[in-house]
Ligand binder design. Structure first.
Ligand code: DX5
Ligand code: ZN
Length: 217
C-alpha cells in the first residue's frame, strides 16, 4: 500500500483544524507537518505548540519533518506535542547516529531525510536503525516547487538497498508530487507520498486525494 501524506504547509493557516478534517475525511493516511526555522531553510513555518493545539482535532498519524538546525534540542517538545514520527535532515546534524537514538529513546518512529544533492551513502551505517527515509525531490523550504527528476534513480537505488538488507523501511518522497510525478516515484520504489499544493491547492480535497491514488494504481 502507498501512504498519502498531505503537507499542511499548503493549507489555509487561518483554519488549520478544519483543513485537517478535510483531508482526514478525504482519505489521507498521514498528516505531514513541515517545521522550518529560517536557518536550515530560508523560510519559517510553525512549531510544537501549534502541533499540540491540533493534536486533539485529528486521529491521523502525525509525520513531522524537521527542517531546522539543532533538531536534538527540540525533539522532546515535538514528542510531547503528539508527533508519531520525527524526521531529521542529515545535513542538519553533526552526530547522526546520536540524533537517531535520541528520537528513538522517546518510543516514537524516526526518519532521516536527504536533500536532492546529498548521496545515499549517508545511510550506509544507520539504515537498520530507522523507520523511514525521506528523499527530497525539491530543495526544502517552500511548497509548490517543481519536481527534480534526478531523484528517480536515487529512489531506485534506495529501494534496492532496503530490499537487499531485508528491511521494511518506508521510502517517502517530498516535493512536487502530483498525479504526473506520483506514478514515477512509486515505480522507482517509494511508498509514502507527501503532497502539499496538489492536495490543499484543490478545493475538493477528497477529489485531489482520489486523483493521486488513481494515478498510482
Ligand atoms: C518542502 C516541504 C514539503 C512541501 C511540499 O520543503 O518539505 O513538504 O510542503 O509541497 P509541494 O507538494 O507543493 O511540493
Ligand atoms: Zn516536508
Amino acid at each position: 500500500m502507498v501512504i498519502i501524506a498531505p503537507s499542511l504547509l499548503s493549507a489555509d493557516f487561518s483554519c488549520l483544524a478544519r483543513e485537517i478534517k478535510s483531508i482526514e475525511t478525504g482519505g489521507a493516511h498521514w498528516l505531514h507537518l513541515d517545521i522550518m526555522d529560517g536557518h536550515f531553510v530560508p523560510n519559517i513555518t510553525f512549531g510544537s505548540s501549534v502541533i499540540k493545539a491540533l493534536r486533539p482535532h485529528s486521529k491521523l498519524f502525525f509525520d513531522t519533518h524537521l527542517m531546522i538546525e539543532n533538531p536534538d534540542q527540540y525533539v522532546e517538545d515535538f514528542v510531547k506535542a503528539g508527533c508519531d514520527l520525527i524526521t531529521i535532515h542529515v545535513e542538519a546534524v553533526n552526530h547522526l547516529h546520536r540524533s537517531i537514538q535520541n528520537i528513538k529513546s522517546f518510543g516514537i518512529k524516526v526518519g532521516v531525510s536527504l536533500n536532492p544533492a546529498t548521496p545515499l551513502t549517508h545511510l550506509d551505517y544507520i539504515l537498520e536503525e530507522i523507520d523511514l527515509v525521506l528523499i527530497m525531490s525539491v530543495n526544502p523550504g517552500f511548497g509548490g516547487q517543481e519536481f527534480i527528476p534526478t531523484v528517480l534513480p536515487k529512489i531506485n537505488k534506495l529501494r534496492q538497498m532496503v530490499e537487499e538488507r531485508g528491511l521494511k523501511t518506508y521510502i517517502q518522497v517530498d516535493g512536487g508530487i502530483n498525479s504526473q510525478t506520483a506514478p514515477l516515484v512509486v515505480k522507482a520504489g517509494a511508498n509514502v507520498l507527501v503532497a502539499g499544493s496538489a492536495i490543499f491547492g484543490m478545493e475538493n480535497r477528497q477529489k485531489a486525494i482520489t486523483l493521486l491514488k488513481e494515478s498510482i494504481k
